[in-house]
Design a protein around this ligand. Structure first.
Ligand SMILES: CC(C)(COP(=O)(O)OP(=O)(O)OC[C@H]1O[C@@H](n2cnc3c(N)ncnc32)[C@H](O)[C@@H]1OP(=O)(O)O)[C@@H](O)C(=O)NCCC(=O)NCCS
Length: 170
């Protein structure tokens, strides 16, 4: 479990399903993150069980003790990790995801001994890009048609990464 000023970040559980469903049913969240809006709490339960359980953390806003988003840190290769995240729309633009990303990146480098953390976003997802830049990630280029969206179309993405050596210096 990680704690920041406003947040608790801990492994996702099935008890989080209702809170996750509440924001993941919003078309705007899924559209930017590349997932199909959840259609029922049962669907959210099944997504937690099959996809999220392994490497996803729930973001709890301490003030209201509610899950308002999720953040994933997935091991890609030995010491290389991939970051992904989404947040309920009513909590956007308050610096919350930057706070969560900074905490998880610190955990990756200091506890998991990661060499590098990678992340990507659709090329028009300015909010997500700003989170990465504010958290110290460097732009690595555009990868054409490398992300299979839920509508079965490949979309371009902007790739970012943060190296442990840069993190420790910065
Ligand atoms: C992307 C997302 C996680 C960002 O979380 P957040 O908590 O709102 O992020 P922050 O508040 O830390 O930073 C957002 C930044 O975008 C800026 N921003 C928001 N709308 C913007 C716009 N239209 N144009 C330019 N900048 C914009 C904010 O001002 C803020 O930057 P600042 O701190 O320099 O002012 C959240 O918007 C989200 O969940 N979106 C839907 C799912 C998604 O896109 N997931 C990421 C997939 S890669």
């Amino acid at each position: 479990m990680l704690e920041t000023n406003r947040l608790i970040i801990r492994k996702i559980t099935l008890d989080d399903a209702y809170d996750v469903y509440e924001y993941a049913k919003n078309k705007k969240v899924g559209k930017d993150a590349g997932f199909k809006p959840h259609e029922s709490v049962d669907e959210t339960i099944s997504i937690i069980e099959t996809i999220l359980k392994r490497s996803t953390y729930s973001i709890v806003l301490k003030e209201i003790n509610k899950v308002i988003g999720t953040i994933t840190l997935q091991q890609k290769l030995d010491d290389i990790y991939e970051l992904g995240y989404s947040l309920g729309e009513e909590y956007w633009n308050k610096g919350i995801m930057t706070e969560a990303v900074k905490a998880l990146v610190k955990y990756a480098f200091t506890e998991l001994n990661a060499y590098e953390v990678d992340a990507g976003c659709f090329i028009d997802n300015i909010r997500s890009e700003k989170v990465l830049i504010k958290s110290g990630f460097k732009f690595m280029g555009i990868h054409e048609k490398d992300f299979l969206n839920y509508d079965n179309k490949y979309k371009d993405s902007k790739r970012y990464r943060l190296l442990k050596s840069d993190y420790m210096e910065g």
